[in-house]
Design a binder for this molecule. Structure first.
Ligand SMILES: *Cc1c(COP(=O)(O)O)cnc(C)c1O
Length: 381
């Protein structure tokens, strides 16, 4: 077992369990433990790879290899950089690529911290244009833009846009394209294969999947662009701790198991919710009659673990969440334990008061559906 291709295998589950592992060394662990180091022994001229802990760390290196193998299997021309959080990764791309006077296109229905980023970009003299995720409306505002930012499926609305089509249009106008791949994960969608220049994600969600780590990453093949992202990480210092990086790497071994189970559960739950008269606006990109299904089934390999729907009122939604026994009322998504929340409690998202974002975990589907249906029954007026 020597050649990388052979030891990594070609199936996705095999790739996930072996992703980023170093060549076996006798008496060493399979996945070396976290390296806690602010500095490294460095006699003489400071050449790499490991000099100072804000620049590089061997635990990051293995995790970066793992993420790169999942986002861009079989390619050795991509660079992966890990960050302290998804927002650190997103900010690193935006602020390293854009200059005063540039224009950027952002989604107007994406992650809730994007409006904060928008304000900051504008304060630095960057023109921000917005477009909704569904329907490829980004095409109308691309002229003269330097960067197109896509979040598909969008959080929390679960709309989907055509990455290939948008990337072609953006490249024809000289714009770079970044895709937030948080909700799909690398096993659900590979933005670089669809033509994007950057795949960016919060590893806090399904990538790590246990609700105990914050992490982010950026993957890209454009050397100059990735060098600028790396430089941004160094000057801002938005770096993951070695322990978090190691936990994330350990979690990736079970990514395929978790994603397959949680995605299957999400479909079962969505099908059960469809039968309920008090549920409106049900969205799951894997339901064949969902508005996102057509494009999603062309560009995604799995549809994600988030289902969203609306209950008749804020009070009804609150009672429903209160009655759930197997589902925690909590934010975030992608974890092995189901969570749900009334999204309107945060403000910011353009959603009805009774809108629920439901993150489907790895429980037995019968138990989960029974709990949800019981909570719907007992919370009725
Ligand atoms: C959570 C999330 C982020 C931000 O990630 P953090 O790790 O919380 O910083 C970005 N994009 C999407 C789509 C998210 O769901």
């Amino acid at each position: 077992m020597t050649s990388g291709e052979f030891t990594r295998g070609t199936g996705e589950g095999t790739r996930a369990v072996r992703a980023g592992l170093p060549e076996p060394v006798k008496y060493e662990p399979t996945l070396p433990g976290p390296v806690f180091a602010a500095h490294f022994h460095l006699p003489g001229d400071p050449t790499g790879p490991y000099t100072y802990g804000r620049d590089e760390n061997p635990t990051w290196t293995l995790l970066e290899r793992a993420v790169g193998e999942l986002e861009a299997p079989g390619r050795d021309d991509v660079t992966t950089l890990v960050f302290a959080s998804g927002m650190a990764a997103i900010s690193a791309v935006l602020f390293s690529q854009l200059r005063a006077g540039d224009a950027v296109v952002l989604p107007d229905d994406g992650y809730q911290a994007l409006p904060l980023v928008r304000e900051q970009l504008q304060a630095y003299g960057i023109e921000v244009r917005t477009a909704p995720t569904g329907g490829d409306a980004q095409l109308d505002v691309l002229d003269g833009a330097k960067l197109l930012w896509i979040e598909t499926p969008s959080n929390p609305g679960l709309d989907v846009c055509d990455v290939r089509r948008l990337a072609e249009a953006a490249h024809a106008r000289g714009a770079l394209v970044a895709v937030d791949n948080t909700l799909a994960t690398a096993l659900g969608q590979r933005p670089l294969e669809l033509g994007a220049d950057f795949a960016v994600a919060s590893g806090t969600k399904q990538l790590t999947g246990h609700g105990d780590v914050l992490l982010g990453y950026v993957v890209g093949a454009d050397e100059a662009a990735m060098a600028a992202v790396r430089r941004w990480r160094k000057i801002v210092g938005a770096i993951p701790g070695p322990m978090e990086a190691w936990l994330a790497h350990r979690s990736i071994a079970t990514l395929q198991l978790r994603v397959d189970r949680q995605n299957a559960n999400a479909l079962v739950l969505a099908e059960a919710l469809r039968e309920r008269p008090e549920v409106t606006g049900l969205r799951y990109p894997g339901l064949p009659d969902d508005p996102s299904y057509k494009i999603a089934s062309q560009q995604m390999r799995r549809f994600g673990s988030v289902v969203s729907f609306t209950l008749p009122s804020r009070e009804r939604a609150d009672r429903f969440l209160e009655e759930l026994r197997l589902v925690d009322d909590a934010t975030s998504f992608g974890g092995v334990r189901s969570t749900a929340e009334r999204r309107g409690r945060w403000g910011g998202d353009a959603v009805p008061e009774g809108f629920v974002r439901f993150s489907v975990g790895a429980e037995d589907p019968e138990d989960l559906v029974a709990d949800v249906l019981r909570a719907l029954d007992v919370s009725a007026d």
